[in-house]
Design a protein around this ligand. Structure first.
Ligand SMILES: *[C@@H]1O[C@H](CO)[C@@H](O)[C@H](O)[C@H]1NC(C)=O
Length: 312
């Protein structure tokens, strides 16, 4: 377990969720169902957007990118969690742990940035409908998506490089279901001040600022709708914005609570439950909240199935 120079740990133990032994099977089935729903919901969106040319609009291209990130985001943690619940050996290699953390950061950030881009896209579409095509050009879409990927990759690399400097001594038990930054920082036996500072500063930049930008866009949308439209439209926009804002708040709220306002008296059980919200629940809800409810997706599904039937 501990290699020769006494300061290098070759693997960690992921304790997983604090679930009583008699409920393990129930939760295993629940998480498997959640994971399969996530995969299916997001895959449907990606495939429909690829196949149906009516959905080749900026909004749906961003959405299918979000679905792709959701799919990957939950695949970084869920299979390992399910495997660990099954097996008696919950170990993960040091390199595997850092790799998991890297991809979790990349796809988590990607999701955060895409949610901002999507809020901006809706803001322009609703507040400046006449300038929409000139403001959100296909070129800008590609640029925004590439920019999101670059920022997400850079931010993840920064954390991984900072984490790789640390040494870990005897304690290799992670009381969590994935290799979480703050859980690993607690185990490190070298100085973690820079890591904590960077987690705080970068967390503020990639989480709090996107969250505020999203809120501002939705406030602008609501204001412009209230000025002009009929009660029916107001009702529709409120229900759409309300559901978007609730998943957005769940995602950002739990991350802010965990990494930026964490207090020492938070129990690990509470922290893992909160981590579940943003790593497991929001990737599952996103496709349903953002698109499967709306008419365009249903029409696209019917068109795609109908076309298949004709070609057969
Ligand atoms: C992501 O967005 C880009 C640019 O809008 C688009 O070209 C690409 O097909 C999208 N990727 C996925 C997986 O949907």
């Amino acid at each position: 377990m501990i290699m020769d120079n006494q300061s290098v740990i070759s693997h960690f133990l992921l304790l997983g969720l604090p679930i009583p032994q008699e409920h393990q099977h129930l939760f295993y089935a629940l998480f498997l169902a959640i994971y399969l729903t996530t995969i299916l919901g997001n895959l449907i969106i990606i495939i429909l957007t690829l196949l149906d040319s009516h959905l080749h609009t900026p909004m749906y291209l961003f959405l299918s990118n979000l679905s792709f990130s959701d799919l990957c985001f939950s695949s970084v943690t869920m299979p390992k969690l399910l495997q660990n619940m099954e097996s008696q050996d919950p170990s993960i290699a040091y390199a595997g742990c850092l790799t998991q953390m890297y991809f979790l950061l990349v796809f988590g950030n990607m999701e955060s940035f895409l949610l901002v881009v999507m809020a901006y896209d809706r803001y322009v579409a609703i507040c400046f409908p006449l300038h929409y095509t000139s403001k959100i050009s296909p070129k800008l879409c590609v640029l925004l998506v590439v920019l999101c990927w670059m920022m997400a990759t850079f931010h993840a690399l920064l954390h991984i490089l900072l984490m790789a400097r640390l040494s870990f001594c005897e304690d290799n038990v992670i009381p969590h279901f994935f290799c979480d930054i703050s859980a690993l920082l607690k185990l490190a036996c070298s100085d973690t001040h820079i890591n904590e500072l960077m987690t705080f500063i970068m967390g503020g930049l990639v989480i709090v600022i996107p969250f505020l930008l999203i809120i501002v866009s939705y406030v602008q949308i609501v204001c412009s709708i209230l000025k002009v439209s009929s009660t029916r439209v107001i009702h529709k926009v409120f229900s759409t914005c309300g559901s978007h804002l609730s998943v957005v708040s769940l995602f950002y709220g739990t991350i802010i609570g965990l990494y930026l306002c964490s207090s020492a008296n938070n129990s690990t059980a509470k922290e893992t439950a909160m981590a579940m919200m943003y790593t497991v629940v929001t990737p599952m809800l996103n496709p349903f909240i953002y698109s499967l409810r709306n008419g365009d997706m249903k029409e696209a599904l019917i068109r795609v199935i109908y076309k298949k039937k004709i070609s057969l």
